[in-house]
Design a protein around this ligand. Structure first.
Ligand SMILES: [Fe+2]
Length: 692
């Protein structure tokens, strides 16, 4: 059935057509202009009231300077509120169940900020047969109160918290703990929040406050960053001969109250045992921290080939599990320390490969805390990637990976006010005039901080790896015909399973941001020029379903200009059990639409039938006050259970070592660090006592 629909929709035919194809769709599919009274029928129809107040998302095209909606960087939302969502269009399906979690970054000041930098804003939607309830909270940690106090006192030097690209740091206090990137439900209850620059935190899914931290920084985690060549960082034009002063810049923050921990936004969770695996790496080595009911264990990886500590050179944005192995990916997200500290326009090319570090889980199990475990490195040379997926079940001892390759893209680059749009994109057909001048000076200034586009189409790879031999034994790639529907693949979802970790399912769903000229600065184009294959016309954002058996896009919904989906989430139908069908549910996506600076609600949740995306949304949900930040990953959980009472818990004071004297190096006359910390913890504990 799926293939038939795909043929009717002719996704592959659209692949070379771009934006014109979106307009060739039937009006209901291309624009979603279906009304509650307009004929959408559902056997599960319920009675949510229709929102009388129509959000301003239908601005005329002429108001928009480009196809990317204003709303990706425009937000107006109280930090904490709850309310009922209203049906704006379509019919709310009464068989939606469980809870959807979405996180994003609420920036503190736009200066030098990426849309990925800021306090975690957590959104939860609770589904029931008759309603969808919305709750949002800002995650509060002790460092967020320090940030408040420094702002109140007007401190803005390098000792105060400042945005440095993807991080917010203070050379007195350390790094902000954001937890703003990925929610990961735990099988026994509780919700992990991951961020690449701090340890994961477990929050109570009901209160959305931190329930426990993981271990103690002083003893369980190593601080630091991958090593950088300090001379090359300071003087990039310096000849190779004079380079070689390698430092771990993260150690500068080692003695801060909130030291930098380089880890992952996506810890791996075993849905059967409840174990959580988290990388912890710096310039010297790479560790896996395993957190379980029995406590915390840290083991060091020794590369079997070199007999030396395994090193993460770039970043480790994701960790995955199979039944017998845990795999860390060294992936294409370079933390460019020169760009963060010295020159925001500086750019380093991403590696065009992914290194997988594979470790046997029984080796982690048998090793002592602090001990060594062997690892084997396998390089995927097809193209770069930021995320990867792994089948939980191994077949004949082989490991199966699915990798959405973000070919020719640089997720670590954000659009700067000084950027100009790549002149080469003037040849790409668009409904909008080619933007001139610096982005920060004109109508495209709302793009500042947004991530940049790929210079070529992407693809999905499936790899079967022999973990003993350290070799790829089978490799398949998606068809080049699908490249334009896989141009940029930020986030993925698939049918939830309580039995397995990882997609032992056939169908994956991606939001795809398409190709918009305003998202490709000259600076980024020049860095990746050799690989550039720009499309003939702009490519609309889309929601696509990818079949990992056929290795094809089999269904897609193309958004109109001015619309773009954030992370999609698979919500199973009520009563259909665990993983009974990986198309038997709904895809819910937050869609950013126009609304601009009106301050009125313009972000809405669109609900699609997972088996028929091309039909368009069957329902759109809105809330008058909901105009949120750009969101990152999302997740679904069947219930709101907290972490079990007997799970190990560590308080903020224990985790950060408040009684440790290590941060007394700054004289109080310069910055009263201790006094500020004590006030911050007092505010934090008052907040905790109010929220309990
Ligand atoms: Fe991610």
């Amino acid at each position: 059935m799926t293939v038939t629909r795909r043929e009717a929709f002719s996704v592959s035919a659209l692949a070379g057509v771009g934006i014109a194809a979106a307009r060739a769709l039937p009006a209901t599919a291309a624009t979603g202009k279906t009304t509650a009274a307009g004929g959408l029928t559902s056997p599960h129809a319920s009675t949510l009231s229709t929102n009388e107040r129509r959000p301003q998302e239908d601005l005329p095209v002429s108001v928009r300077p480009a196809s990317t909606p204003f709303s990706v960087t425009n937000e107006s939302l109280p930090f904490d509120f709850s309310g009922e969502m209203q049906v704006k269009e379509g019919v709310f399906p009464a068989d939606m169940t469980g809870h959807l979690f979405l996180v994003g970054a609420a920036p503190r000041g736009r200066k030098n900020a990426s849309i990925f930098t800021g306090d975690a804003r957590i959104t939860r939607i609770d589904f029931s047969p008759t309603r969808a309830s919305l709750t949002t909270r800002r995650l509060r940690t002790p460092c967020s109160f320090v940030d408040d106090i420094l702002s109140e006192r007007g401190r803005n030097g390098f000792l105060a918290f400042q945005n440095y690209g993807f991080a917010r740091m203070s050379f007195a206090f350390g790094t902000r703990y954001f937890g703003n990137t990925a929610p990961v439900p735990l099988p026994g209850g509780g919700l992990l929040l991951g961020y690449d620059g701090c340890t994961p935190m477990v929050i109570d899914p009901l209160t959305l406050d931190v329930d426990t931290y993981m271990g103690r920084l002083g003893t369980d985690w190593k601080t630091g960053w991958p090593r950088v060549d300090a001379l090359a960082m300071l003087f990039p034009e310096l000849p190779e001969f004079f380079r070689g002063l390698n430092i771990d810049a993260g150690q500068l923050l080692k003695f801060a109250p909130f030291p930098l921990i380089t880890t992952t936004a996506h810890p791996a969770v075993d849905m059967q045992s409840g174990e959580v695996f988290v990388p912890n790496f710096n310039a010297d080595d790479t560790r896996i921290v395993r957190w379980s009911r029995s406590g915390l264990k840290s083991v060091r990886l020794i590369d079997q080939e070199t007999r030396m500590p395994a090193l993460i050179k770039f970043s480790c944005h994701q960790v995955c599990l199979s039944r017998n192995h845990v795999v860390l990916a060294d992936c294409a997200f370079v933390t460019e320390q020169r760009q963060m500290m010295i020159d925001s326009s500086y750019i380093e090319n991403q590696p065009d490969y992914v290194d997988l570090h594979i470790v046997r889980r029984d080796a982690v199990e048998s090793a002592s805390d602090g001990g060594d475990v062997p690892s084997i490195r396998v390089r995927i040379t097809a193209a770069e990637a930021v995320h990867f997926l792994m089948d939980y079940e191994e077949k004949d001892g082989l490991l199966s990976f699915t990798i959405p390759h973000t070919a020719g893209s640089d997720a670590s680059e954000r659009i700067l006010p000084s950027d100009r749009i790549a002149k080469e994109t003037s040849r790409v057909a668009s409904a909008y005039p080619f933007p001139q001048g610096r982005i920060g000076d004109g109508p495209l200034s709302y793009m500042q901080g947004y991530f940049t586009s790929s210079v070529c189409g992407g693809f999905v790879g499936r790899y079967v790896v022999d973990p003993h031999a350290g070799k790829i034994v089978e490799e398949r790639r998606s068809s080049p015909e699908d490249a334009k529907l896989l141009w940029t693949l930020p986030f993925v979802t698939f049918a939830h399973s309580e039995k397995t970790t990882g997609p032992s399912v056939r169908h994956l769903f991606f939001n795809q941001t398409g190709f918009a000229r305003e998202a490709l600065p000259q600076r980024v184009y020049d860095a990746y020029e050799k690989r550039a294959r720009l499309p003939d016309a702009e490519i609309p954002a889309s929601l696509v379903r990818f079949d990992t058996h056929l290795m094809r896009v089999t269904d897609a919904y193309l958004f109109a200009p001015g619309e773009q989906a954030g992370s999609p989430t698979f919500v199973p139908r009520a009563g259909h059990g665990d993983n009974s069908g990986d198309l038997d549910g709904y895809i819910v996506a937050l869609v950013f639409t126009d609304g601009g600076t009106s301050g009125k609600a313009n972000d809405s949740f669109w609900i699609f039938d997972a088996a028929d995306l091309k039909k368009g949304p069957i329902c759109k949900l809105v809330h008058a006050a909901f105009n949120t930040v750009y969101t990152m990953h999302s997740a679904w959980a069947p219930d709101l259970k907290p972490l079990p009472a007997d799970a190990p818990r560590v308080s903020a004071e224990e985790h950060f070592g408040l009684d440790n004297q290590r941060y007394d190096w700054i004289p109080p006359i310069i910055l009263p660090v201790r006094e500020i910390l004590e006030e911050a913890y007092a505010r934090f504990n008052e907040f905790r006592s109010r929220s309990v």
